[in-house]
Write a protein of this length. Sequence first.
Length: 166
Amino acid sequence: MKHLTASYWINRLKLIAHPEGGFFKEVYRAAGEIPALALPPRFKGNRNFSTAIYYLLERGDFSAFHRILADETWHFYDGNPLEIIIITAEGKLNKQIIGLEQPEALPMFTIRAGDWFAARNTGDYTLCGCTVAPGFDFADFELGDYKQLAALFPQHRKLIEQFTRI
């Protein structure tokens, strides 16, 4: 399959800059809501059943370490494979390639709620989708701070430095 360009997808899908890096557009937010009382206490308020976005990373850009309060499933759509770097709450480092062209790659992968994760593409661009349930809310998003993460996980300091913006 012939790959298109990052610019093509950014324009076609009307993607905008994301605070963690890359570009995104929310394309689905379930109309139904889960009441706050039915959710774990980490959620402050009602949440939609689920949400979905397009997400694109260009060459040289990265998704900075961040975490959210819900599980997030990444789906590969086009471009080059994407490497997801995960630091679990226990400090274990995991990496996963999502894509179609490499034997170790998976077309879909889920990050557990509360794990810190970052991502980088392995070529010109990567176009993915991300599905979050309960639905994403920016109140549930925490962008990683280098000093904070390096203090929590000193064994991963070098990697944390590579994938933080603050």
